[in-house]
Design a protein around this ligand. Structure first.
Ligand code: GCO
Ligand code: MG
Length: 402
């Protein structure tokens, strides 16, 4: 019987930081898992190196569910982003190994294709409305059938989602950048640019918008109602999700669809949102919600309540977890859409292979397993550089939700 022989944790910053777990079996098969938790990367690396890798040695790599239960229940301390990202990395690596051992791409192990490809959206943004419109046009010309739109709020320096370089990268400074936030200015401005996008380009593509946890439930209700005619595919994270009852109020006031979940890490954290049908799309991902095994459990619960999926796919989700998510997206019945931002160019030297984009969709690699390999020599050229997400402050100086 093949056993887990060793496992290594790599931390590298090819354009941004990624933490990667590689498990090797006694048969010489390797599997990869993404363990990146933006701005808290070293906590997951230590959790894996110090507390998980020693427990894996000698285990049967084929027993994916059993290893998941062992790590989750065996830790006693449950849930939370650090734990669930570490468990996810192991789970993803074991699915990669199972696919390679079977000679099948992972989506075949999950039941095979339910669709031709995985519909994706990307991020258009602008420092002002004309720049945003140019950017939307660029994505439509690239073949995207779904675009997220964000523009900088005039005279407020801290708008979420506005790109400076080739990619939108919020974790850009060695210490958190403190950025101002003005809710009223945002509420006045954001609907106008969403309308401008529809006026210029019509309704022949999906339009999305990310509020990034910044409104109160009543403000979110007001926003959703105001933009109903824009026909958003979703408004994302309209209010922080710690208090999930808050979403009832939003639902009572608007038919604008709601998406939540990129910062949530387990089925128990989305249970109320799903079973009370407080959301339309669940945005949990392979990397932060316990791997393919656990994400599939969340998506199955969602299917019972006609909630569709819309997994997080920002730059901080490595090509390994993006590929794993695309394999799962392809197979499940209640797939909605997948976020796809792309990665820094340097990342392509380190992560070889992965999902490919064409006709507005991502397609998984057809090689056995996840179809991504890690070049550790290339990774050594990109030593870890600390980077933090910004912190938002209201105009009176108090801390706001970023
Ligand atoms: C998104 C997200 C990201 C997150 C980032 C945090 O919808 O893509 O909100 O931009 O802020 O991934 O690490
Ligand atoms: Mg988001």
């Amino acid at each position: 019987m093949s056993k887990i022989e060793h496992a290594e944790v790599f931390v590298a910053s090819p354009g941004r930081t990624f933490v990667t777990l590689r498990i090797t079996t006694t048969d010489g098969v390797t599997g990869l898992g993404d363990a990146t938790l933006n701005g808290r990367e070293l906590a997951v690396a230590a959790y894996l190196r110090d507390h998980v890798v020693p427990l894996l040695i000698g285990k049967d790599p084929a027993r994916i569910e059993d290893v998941w239960q062992y790590l989750y229940k065996g830790a006693y301390w449950r849930r939370g982003p650090v734990t669930m990202t570490a468990v996810a990395a192991v789970d993803t690596a074991l699915w990669d190994i199972k696919g390679k051992t079977a000679g099948l791409p992972v989506y075949q192990l999950l039941g095979g294709r339910s669709r031709d490809g995985v519909l994706v959206y990307s991020h258009a943004s602008g420092a002002d409305v004309p720049a945003l419109l140019d950017d939307v046009e660029r994505f439509l010309e690239l073949g995207y059938k779904a675009v997220r739109a964000q523009a900088a709020v005039p005279d407020v320096g801290g708008t979420y989602g506005v790109r400076k370089g080739r990619l939108y990268e919020p974790a850009a400074t060695a210490l958190p950048d403190e950025q101002p936030w003005d809710t009223e200015a945002y509420l006045r401005f954001a609907p106008t640019y969403l309308e401008a996008v529809r006026e210029r380009f019509g309704f022949g593509f999906h339009l999305l918008h990310d509020i990034h946890h910044r409104l109160t439930p009543m403000e979110a209700a007001r926003f959703g109602k105001r933009v109903e005619d824009v026909g958003l595919l979703w408004m994302e994270d309209p209010t922080p999700a710690e208090n999930q009852e808050a979403f009832r109020l939003i639902r009572q006031h608007t038919t604008t669809p709601v998406a939540v979940g990129e910062a949530l890490t387990s089925v128990w954290d989305v249970q109320q949102l799903i079973t009370e049908q407080l959301i339309d799309y669940v945005r949990t991902t392979v990397v932060h919600a316990g791997g393919i095994t656990h994400l599939r459990r969340i998506f199955d619960l969602a299917a019972l309540y006609q909630v569709r999926t819309g997994s997080h796919g920002a730059t901080d989700l490595s090509p390994v977890s993006l590929s794993a998510n695309v394999h799962l997206d392809l197979a499940i019945p209640n797939f909605g859409i997948q976020e796809y931002m792309g990665h820094p160019e340097e990342a392509a030297d380190v992560f070889l292979g992965g999902a490919t984009f064409s006709d507005g969709m991502l397609h998984p690699p057809e090689e056995p397993g996840l179809g991504v390999e890690y070049d550790e020599r290339a990774a050594a050229r990109f030593p870890y550089e600390p980077r933090y997400l910004p912190v938002a402050r209201r105009l009176d100086g108090s801390v706001h939700d970023w």
